[in-house]
Design a protein around this ligand. Structure first.
Ligand SMILES: [Fe+2]
Length: 333
């Protein structure tokens, strides 16, 4: 627009304009037009309004639904209504997220408490008739809320995973579910199941683990002991828990090492396992990143995990973890 006005000054299509300056800065929009002494300001203004974009007409249908009723309104009211609507949406969304996070906090607190008395908790579950009875007994004896008791009562999982590992698995399940839901995964329940079962293979001895891997995943038979449980976990999930969904099995099978070209759910479980709040370090920033965008969060987790292991001198190399880091930290998808 400044250019167009300056062209008018240069061509003298209307006389009297001395200089045009764009004085727009961070405080706002401003165009300064200096006039010559003998200029006629009203005539110049009218001319510029007509010939430049200083004044433009648009036709718009100013109809909107307000409080459930269609209303025709002027521009100011229209803007006010829109701002009010945005405020309502943000308030409702924040309130909803706050409630979800509160519920999750309560569950994690329940899990931490359960982990500290896990032997008593498992004894109560085993002495109860069924799941509902377990929940009632846990709430009566230790004051768990219904949601906390529901999270704790995973009798079959508890038989495979015990102690702190159970609290970790339940917490990974909740976190993975929250990440999947916030990122609008079609089936967030799969994230819960994969998170809950990801460490199933950890209770096996190295000898048992190697036998299972040799028989079912011979390509990985020479992998180091720290990651064998991912392969045995996928095996047990299928054999003992009847999981046949390939996305869940893949997420369990590579949650420790990662790999190249990980499906979304595998990335979520990989991240949730590393940043589970019951691990005892401050992982809130990475949790927030994953909740906002699971892929960006995954890259952050991968990078920070690599830096941490390097610092501790524990960065072990396997073909799977190497190809995972090479691809994702090298900028691939
Ligand atoms: Fe884990």
């Amino acid at each position: 627009m400044v250019k167009a006005i300056d062209k008018i000054r240069h061509d003298k299509t209307i006389p009297g304009i001395d200089e045009v300056r764009d004085e727009t800065d961070k405080d706002g929009l401003r165009i300064a037009i200096d006039l010559k002494d003998d200029a006629k300001p009203e005539a110049i203004l009218a001319y510029l309004m007509q010939k430049t974009a200083l004044q433009t007409n648009y036709s718009a249908n100013m109809m909107a639904i307000v409080d459930g009723h269609p209303r025709s309104m002027d521009l100011l009211t229209y803007c006010d209504c829109y701002i009010q609507h945005q405020l309502d949406v943000i308030t409702r969304r924040s309130h909803f997220r706050y409630q979800k996070d509160e519920a999750r906090l309560s569950i994690v607190n329940g899990l931490i408490k359960a982990a500290s008395i896990i032997n008593e908790v498992i004894a109560v579950i085993r002495a109860s008739k069924d799941k509902a009875d377990s929940k009632v007994n846990l709430s009566a004896k230790y004051g768990f809320t219904e949601d906390q008791a529901e999270a704790i009562v995973m009798a079959k999982v508890a038989a495979f995973i015990s102690g702190k590992r159970l609290a970790h698995s339940l917490s990974v399940a909740h976190l993975a579910y929250a990440i999947a839901q916030r990122n609008k995964f079609t089936y967030p329940d799969k994230a819960y199941i994969a998170g809950l079962l990801h460490d199933l293979g950890k209770h096996l001895s190295e000898e048992q683990s190697r036998d299972i891997v040799l028989e079912n995943d011979p390509d990985y038979k020479d992998y180091p002991s720290w990651c064998l449980h991912q392969f045995t976990g996928a095996y047990l999930a299928e054999k003992e828990f009847g999981i046949t969904d390939e996305t869940i099995l893949d997420a369990i099978r590579y949650h420790c090492t990662g790999k190249a070209h990980m499906p979304p759910l595998t990335k979520v479980i990989y991240s949730a396992d590393k940043i589970d709040p019951t691990r005892g370090y401050d992982s809130r920033k990475m949790i927030d990143a994953c909740l906002k965008n699971y892929y960006v969060g995954f890259l952050k987790v991968l990078k920070e995990n690599e830096a941490f292991l390097k610092k501790e001198g524990e960065l072990e190399s396997t073909p799977l973890s190497d190809e995972c880091r090479d691809l994702y930290l090298g900028g691939g998808k």
